[in-house]
Design a protein around this ligand. Structure first.
Ligand code: FAD
Length: 611
C-alpha cells in the first residue's frame, strides 16, 4: 500500500449525485478536498430516469441552489423539457421537474468540478476505511493507494455488494455495466456500523425509431429554470409522450410472475413502495385496467427512450413481450434491459444530524447508502455532509438544518429519527410547514445561511436582500392604495387576495398603481398576501415548536438512568440519540409523557452541571 503524499481535509468517496454535491460544497468552503470515484467517465451518471426534480424533489433542488450547490445549474444547462408540476394547485405543492440530456448533465458536472481550485478528482475504488481510536483517518483503494484525510464522506449509492437481477439471472454489479463495490461493506462493519439490504429497479430503454409516435399523446415542455442565478440552457427542447399498458400487458405479466426476481423470492432487499415495479403494480392494483407510461427521451445526442413506469425484474424475453403489448411500442426494440438491484445500506439510527456516523468520528455518509432513493435526496444529503465535513476539518462549529426551515431539514430529521424500512423518498406531505417551505422562496429562506457558510457570494446575497426589501415595501405600499370597485373602496392588498385576481391581472387593470417587478418578485408578493393568514399560523406553530427544539440533549446523555422512563422509550432514544427534545418527539413510539419525564431529567442534569 502506497501512502499518497497529500493529507486532505475532506475525502469524498463516490462521484454520484451525493458525492458531486459533497465535494463541491467542501471545496467551495475552503477545505482541501479529494473526490475519489471508481470511474471518472461516470461522474453524476443517471442510473435511472433522465430527469431531475418532481414533487418535493424539485423543492430540494431549489434549496440546494439557494445554498450555493450545483445540481440545479447542471439540470438547467442540460434541460430538454421543463414542467412545473401541480401548477394548478396551491403554491406549497408546485414543484419544478426537468428532463435532461443525461450525457450532457454528467459532462457539465465533471467540467464544473474540474474547475474548482481546492478540489482534486481521482479515479480509484475504495475498499478499506483506515481508522484509529474510532476516528477515521483515511481510505485505501483496490489500486493499492492510501489517501489520508481528516474527514471522509462515503457516497457509494447502489454499489456496496451490489447484485443485479433480471428474472432468475443474477450477477454482481453496482448498476448495469459497472462493477460492484466489494470490501468496503466489510470494512464499515468492522468499524462498528450495521448494514442491511435494500433494492430498487429501473425500466428498459428502447430505440426511438421503433416507437410509433402517431398514436401517442404528446406533452410539450414549458419555460422555466431551477437556478436562482444563471439562466442557461444548452439544448433544444424535446417533447415527452404518454401511453398506457393494456389487458394484454397485464395477462403477460400475470402469466410470468414466477419468473420475476421479486416474486420468486430471489431478492431479499426491500424496494420502494411508492415507485413499484410493473409486476408489483399489476398484483397490488389488480382492479386497474391500465397504467400510465411516460416515454422520455434520454437526451438530444442519443436515440434511447426511457419507459417511465415500467421498471421490472422480469427476464428480458418477458420484457420484450409485455412492452410490445403497449400501444405505440408494438415494434419496440430494447437497447438496455430493465433490471433490479440489491445493495447494502447503513441501517437507521447510526447518524447524527450532520450526517456524521455516531460510531466513527469524522466519517460521514450521504445518499443511497443512508437508505434513500433519488438523485435529489442524494444531492441534498451530499450538500449537508460536505458542508459539515468541511466545517469539522476546519474546526468550525457544525451546521444543522431544521424542519421548519427547509425540506433538507425535514429529510435529515426523518433520517435520524425514523426507522427506515423501505427506500426513503421525499414528499411534500412529510413537511409540517409546507406553505413556508415553498420552492419559490428557497432563496429567501436559505441564502443567508449559504452566505454564512461561504457558499454564496456577496453579490448573490445583495440580490436576495434587494428582493426581500422590494417584497416587504410593496406589500406595505399595496395596503395604502385603494381602488373603487363595485361601489366600494377596496385596498389593493385585499383585492389581490380574491380568488379571481392575481398579480398579472392587477397590473392589467390598474397599470398606474401597480409596479411590475418581474415574475419572481410579483409571485412572492401575491403568495405572501393571498396566504398571509395561513403563513402567520404556521409561523406561530413554529415558535411553539422551537421551545422543544431549543432543549438540547447532550450526546453523552444516558437514557437508561432516567427514572420513570419506559423501557421502550429508553431503547429508542438510546438508539437514535436525538439532538434535541424536538427530535425526540418525532421518534415513533415516543409519547408526550416520555417527553415530560425526559425534560425533567434534562433540567435536573443541567442544574447538577451548573452547581
Ligand atoms: P450513485 O448515483 O449510485 O453514485 C455512487 C457513486 O459511487 C458512483 O459514481 C460509483 O462509481 C461510486 N462508487 C461506488 N463504490 C465506490 C467505491 N468503493 N470507491 C469509489 N467510488 C465508488 N432513484 C429514484 O429516485 N427512482 C428510481 O426509480 C430509481 N431506480 C433506480 C434503479 C436502479 C437500477 C439504480 C441503479 C438506481 C435507481 N435509482 C432510482 C436510484 C438513483 O440512481 C440513486 O438514488 C442515486 O443515484 C443515488 O445517488 P448516490 O450519489 O447516493 O449514488
Amino acid at each position: 500500500m502506497w501512502n499518497y503524499s497529500t493529507e486532505y481535509d475532506v475525502i469524498v468517496v463516490g462521484g454520484g449525485h451525493a458525492g458531486c454535491e459533497a465535494a463541491h460544497a467542501a471545496a467551495k468552503m475552503g477545505a482541501r478536498t479529494l473526490l475519489l470515484t471508481m470511474n471518472l467517465d461516470s461522474i453524476a451518471k443517471m442510473s435511472c430516469n433522465p430527469s431531475i426534480g418532481g414533487t418535493a424533489k424539485g423543492h430540494l433542488v431549489r434549496e440546494i441552489d439557494a445554498l450555493g450547490g450545483i445540481m440545479g445549474k447542471m439540470a438547467d444547462r442540460s434541460s430538454i423539457h421543463f414542467r412545473m408540476l401541480n401548477a394548478s394547485k396551491g403554491p406549497a405543492v408546485r414543484s419544478p421537474r426537468v428532463q435532461v440530456d443525461k450525457h450532457l448533465y454528467s459532462q457539465e458536472m465533471k467540467q464544473t468540478l474540474e474547475k474548482i481550485p481546492n478540489l482534486e478528482i481521482k479515479q480509484g475504488t475504495a475498499t478499506f476505511l483506515v481508522s484509529k481510536d474510532q476516528k477515521c483517518i483515511g481510505i485505501s483503494t483496490l489500486e493499492g493507494v492510501t489517501y489520508l484525510g481528516k474527514c471522509i464522506v462515503i457516497t457509494t449509492g447502489t454499489f456496496l455488494e451490489g447484485k443485479i437481477f433480471m428474472g432468475h439471472t443474477t450477477f454482481t454489479g453496482g448498476r448495469l455495466g459497472d462493477m460492484s463495490s466489494v470490501g468496503l461493506s466489510a470494512s464499515l462493519v468492522e468499524a462498528g456500523l450495521t448494514l442491511g439490504r435494500l433494492k430498487t429497479g429501473t425500466p428498459a430503454r428502447i430505440h426511438k425509431r421503433s416507437i410509433d409516435f402517431s398514436t401517442l399523446e404528446e406533452q410539450e415542455g414549458e419555460e422555466g429554470f431551477f437556478s436562482f442565478d444563471e439562466k442557461e440552457k444548452k439544448c433544444e427542447p424535446r417533447s415527452c409522450h404518454i401511453t398506457y399498458t393494456t389487458e394484454e400487458t397485464k395477462k403477460i405479466i400475470q402469466e410470468n410472475l414466477q419468473k420475476s426476481a421479486l416474486f420468486s423470492g430471489l431478492i431479499r432487499g426491500v424496494g420502494p413502495r411508492y415507485c413499484p415495479s410493473i409486476e408489483d403494480k399489476i398484483v397490488r392494483f389488480a382492479h386497474r385496467d391500465r397504467h400510465q407510461i411516460f416515454l422520455e427521451p434520454e437526451g438530444i445526442h442519443t436515440d434511447e427512450y426511457y419507459l417511465n413506469g415500467l421498471s421490472t425484474s422480469l427476464p428480458l424475453e418477458v420484457q420484450v413481450k409485455f412492452i410490445r403489448s403497449i400501444p405505440g411500442l408494438e415494434n419496440a426494440e430494447i437497447m438496455r434491459p430493465a433490471y433490479a438491484i440489491e445493495y447494502d445500506w447503513v441501517t437507521s439510527g447510526q447518524l447524527l444530524a450532520t450526517l456524521e456516523t455516531k460510531k466513527v468520528q469524522g466519517l460521514f455518509l450521504a445518499g443511497q447508502i443512508n437508505g434513500t432513493t433519488g438523485y435529489e435526496e442524494a444531492a441534498g444529503q451530499g450538500l449537508v455532509a460536505g458542508i459539515n465535513a468541511a466545517l469539522q476539518a476546519m474546526k468550525r462549529p457544525p451546521c444543522f438544518f431544521h424542519r421548519s426551515e427547509s425540506y433538507l431539514g425535514v429529510m435529515i430529521d426523518d433520517l435520524i429519527t425514523k426507522e427506515i424500512d423501505e427506500p426513503y423518498r421525499l414528499f411534500t406531505s412529510r413537511a409540517e410547514h409546507r406553505l413556508l417551505l415553498r420552492q419559490d422562496n428557497a432563496d429567501l429562506r436559505l441564502r443567508p445561511l449559504g452566505f454564512q457558510l461561504g457558499m454564496i457570494s456577496q453579490a448573490q446575497m445583495d440580490k436576495v436582500q434587494d428582493k426581500r426589501q422590494k417584497i416587504q415595501a410593496e406589500k406595505k405600499r399595496l395596503s395604502t392604495l385603494y381602488v373603487s370597485l363595485e361601489g366600494k373602496s377596496i385596498p389593493l392588498f385585499q383585492l389581490i387576495c380574491r380568488p379571481d385576481y392575481n398579480y398579472e391581472k392587477m397590473i392589467r387593470e390598474f397599470p398606474l398603481l401597480m409596479i411590475d417587478y418581474g415574475k419572481e418578485i410579483n409571485e412572492q408578493i401575491e403568495t405572501e398576501l393571498k396566504y398571509a393568514g395561513y403563513i402567520s399560523r404556521q409561523e406561530k406553530d413554529i415558535v411553539k415548536l422551537e421551545n422543544l427544539e431549543k432543549v438540547c440533549v447532550p450526546k453523552s446523555f444516558s437514557y437508561k438512568d432516567v427514572l420513570g422512563l419506559r423501557n421502550e422509550a429508553k431503547e429508542k432514544l438510546s438508539r437514535f440519540s436525538p439532538p434535541t427534545l424536538g427530535s425526540a418527539s418525532r421518534i415513533s413510539g415516543i409519547t408526550p409523557a416520555d417527553l415530560s419525564i425526559l425534560l425533567v431529567a434534562l433540567q435536573k442534569k443541567h442544574k447538577e452541571n451548573i452547581l
